[in-house]
Design a protein around this ligand. Sequence first.
Ligand code: CO
Length: 140
Amino acid sequence: MAQQHRLNHLAIAVTDLDAALAFYRDALGLHVERVETVEREAVAVAFLPLGDGESEIEILQPTRDDTGVAKWLAKHGPGMHHLCIQVADIEATLARLAAHGAELINPQPVEKPDGTRYAFIHPKSAFGVLVELYQLPPTA
Ligand code: CO
């Protein structure tokens, strides 16, 4: 079962993406695969794959002040925002979490345009860490 769980990404929230890339890309030497603006979530995201590309660091900069990430940044300052665990069956994982009394931000998975389904678990239940679950779409 263990290999069904993978670290998909770690997300870092920042107020200045260019400044963050001056560290993570230029100083640390990580490769930036792409930078895109996700209008739906009002964030600019830089994707920095690690190792064989199964895991990556995502650096998020809010593009508006009224989003969850923007409010989190205003409160906490830049830092690690969430980690994302990839699972084989997100519905079964959410059911298991609910049965254990975990507080779920998304009791049902939300689907992205690319077919990836995700759900967030409240940090209260995960010892202070916002945890995201991913189930990738079946590969064609
Ligand atoms: Co994420």
